[in-house]
Design a protein around this ligand. Structure first.
Ligand SMILES: [Zn+2]
Length: 152
């Protein structure tokens, strides 16, 4: 019988259980934290608006990846990111970032600062590896920092 739309529609469908294990890859999850904080950037030419004290509603997106899932089938429990939420609430929210960061509080430096904190305090306690930290100080601007992979 020649193949046509009707015979194609009747072709057996591959079981989902086969498809689910047929491809290897990497999963990435992310969570975004929002906080308000002030900053100014020293060393800019006179009159540059970023040199004056001002504030932003900052968004920090942390991405964690894994090739193998854990637990019921996830990269990590989103609840395991609670320590980062506490760190942001206690040390960044409604703070002057110039007094918190040891370097000029640009979005770039804030992303690297949060990534360093995550590598030290979060990564050892969660399944998966820190992939990136993205910082936004506005709707149309963002900086992504990707830590170099550490070869053990
Ligand atoms: Zn700013």
């Amino acid at each position: 019988m020649p193949e046509n739309a009707l015979t194609k529609a009747r072709a057996p469908i591959e079981p989902v259980s086969t498809l689910a294990t047929a491809i290897a890859g990497r999963y990435t999850i992310s969570k975004t934290f929002t906080f308000a904080a002030a900053h100014h950037l020293p060393g800019l030419p006179d009159g540059h608006k970023c040199g004056r004290n001002h504030g932003h509603t900052w968004r920090v997106r942390v991405a964690i990846n894994a090739e193998e899932l854990t637990g019921p089938g996830w990269v990590t429990d989103f609840g395991d990111l609670a320590p980062l939420a506490r760190f942001i609430e206690q040390h960044l929210d409604h703070q002057d970032l110039n007094a918190v960061l040891p370097v000029s509080p640009t979005s770039e430096n804030l992303a690297a600062f949060v990534a360093a904190w995550c590598q030290q305090h979060l990564e050892p306690t969660v399944h998966g590896r820190l992939e990136s930290v993205t910082v936004s100080e506005g709707d149309d601007l963002s900086v992504e920092f990707r830590p170099r992979a550490v070869r053990g």
